[in-house]
Ligand binder design. Structure first.
Ligand code: GTQ
Ligand code: FE2
Length: 342
């Protein structure tokens, strides 16, 4: 809030403090210490049927060699034109035609891709080739080199998320382009990804855990198997967290991923958390109420769950699977994670 002190009263103590670059906490605490979080953005839904034509146009109008990434970022207009999906996070869809290569680079923001229609593409992460089958999650942790290639005979689309807005707020972004003509970058096999591909098994002399998961590729097939095996919660939903196999914690310190299987017709228990989420509908249809809003969704739609909004999901006409990317692990590290059930 702007100063309430009228400039016309030079003897006013508050005005004199302000002139001396001092603010009285008693006058400001309501502004600087709100009693609860209030997200700047209402929840928002981006429908795949509205996005898809633009992915097609992007391929024909934007040559891959002219751009860093051919990604369409989902923007909530509540951020006044800023490139933000919800606080701390962006979600996007990237499209690659056969033969397209998205050149190598690295950066301090953390990113993930979730393969929606990406079978036949590969992401190379720090010298490891990660194939992309439907439902695979691929991590590109901070400062890991990565590039993408479509070696299939069809157009490929995947969902990306990254914590670019968080890193901008902290002004901690570094970005390094790689060598676009390096063949060595692309001519690699799965490399050390093999060391982490067997769940529950690890080399006895595996190096101490780095900040992020040493495993970069989480196959969709394994996630679907576990979702089917997990016991349902009291509301019928089954939730898995993608974890760092060396720690059992989140995959990255500031990006945290989940998959949820919703039973048909049974709403999940309304819950709110202090962190932010972007939900991708992997399969099925249904609806979610987020705060005051209700969205009907179907496959490949994306919606935001800004912090401290009660959310409840309901699948209809069969089970539905959601993929959720959040900043929860960052909140946990700052001891700011809280949750409430209604
Ligand atoms: O593919 O490396 O959607 O760096 C945003 C930032 C994709 C990528 C995005 C990125 C990438
Ligand atoms: Fe990147």
């Amino acid at each position: 809030m702007a100063s309430a002190a009228p400039a016309a009263k030079p003897d006013d103590f508050v005005a004199q403090l302000e002139a001396a670059n001092l603010h009285p906490l008693w006058d400001r605490f309501r502004t600087i210490t709100p009693v609860r979080p209030q997200a700047a953005d209402p929840p928002f839904l981006w429908r795949w049927r509205d996005i898809e034509p633009f992915t097609e146009r992007a391929v024909s109008e934007v040559p891959i060699n002219d751009v860093e990434r051919r990604a369409l970022i989902l923007v909530n207009p509540a951020f006044g034109g800023d490139t933000v999906t919800t606080s701390n996070l962006i979600g996007a869809f990237t499209v690659l035609d056969p033969g397209d290569r998205a050149r190598p680079h690295r950066h301090t923001f953390a990113a993930i891709r979730f393969a929606t229609r990406a079978a036949g593409a590969a992401t190379i992460v720090n010298g490891r080739r990660c194939e992309m089958q439907d439902g695979d999650l691929i991590l590109t942790p901070p400062m890991c080199w990565h590039g993408h290639i479509n070696e299939s005979d069809h157009r490929i689309v995947w969902f990306d998320a990254a914590n670019i807005p968080l890193v901008r707020t902290l002004d901690a972004n570094f970005f390094e382009p790689g060598d676009p003509s390096s063949n060595q970058f692309w001519q690699v096999d799965d490399g050390d990804e093999k060391l982490w591909a067997e769940s529950g098994l690890a080399g006895a002399d595996a190096a101490p855990a780095p900040a992020h998961s040493p495993k970069y590729r989480y196959p969709g097939e394994a996630a679907r198997r576990l979702l089917a095996a997990l016991p349902a919660g009291t509301d019928g939903a089954r939730t898995l967290r993608y974890t760092n196999p060396a720690t059992g914690g989140a995959v990255m310190p500031a990006l945290d991923c989940y998959a949820v299987r919703l039973p048909s017709g049974k709403p999940t228990r309304p819950r709110r958390v202090t962190c932010n989420m972007i939900c991708l509908v992997v399969s099925g249809s249904g609806q979610s109420s987020v705060g005051e809003h209700t969205f009907r969704w179907t496959q490949n739609d994306v919606f935001s769950i800004p912090h401290w909004n009660f959310v409840s999901h309901t699948a209809s006409g069969g089970d539905a699977d959601l993929f959720i990317v959040s900043d929860r692990s960052a909140f946990e590290r700052l001891d700011l994670f809280r949750e409430e059930y209604q």
